[in-house]
Design a protein around this ligand. Structure first.
Ligand code: ZN
Length: 113
């Protein structure tokens, strides 16, 4: 148990429930059907749970009253926010390819046998 976690504020019950549900569902939930989501062409895309950023940099950290660990408060993206998140993700993938291990190249004289 880290002493540092005690410096974070205690999250509200609904914030802990939102976070737990998002984590359990791998940070996604059903698509939103609001007008903004239709306008942004994301009405068929799962909403995405992301950490809330203060001033674009810091995550809002807090802790569950019953646990020593901390987590970052989050929010569900939809509409134009979700559109920008998806576009940024696509740009990242285009620039860096799929994240994951690549097969090792074989050296001279190495084969399957
Ligand atoms: Zn929406």
């Amino acid at each position: 148990m880290s002493v540092k976690t005690y410096s974070y504020p205690i999250a509200a019950r609904h914030e802990v429930q939102d976070y737990d549900r998002a984590r359990r569902d791998y940070w996604e939930r059903e698509p939103c059907q609001c007008k903004e989501c239709f306008d942004a062409h994301v009405h068929g895309v799962p909403q995405r749970f992301v950490p809330i950023q203060a001033r674009g940099v810091d995550e809002r950290r807090c802790r569950d009253a019953n646990q020593a660990s901390y987590f970052c408060l989050g929010e569900w993206l939809h509409g134009w926010q979700l559109r920008r998140w998806l576009d940024a993700k696509a740009q990242f993938r285009a620039a860096f390819g799929r994240v994951g291990p690549k097969p090792m190249e074989r050296g001279p004289g190495e084969d399957d046998a």
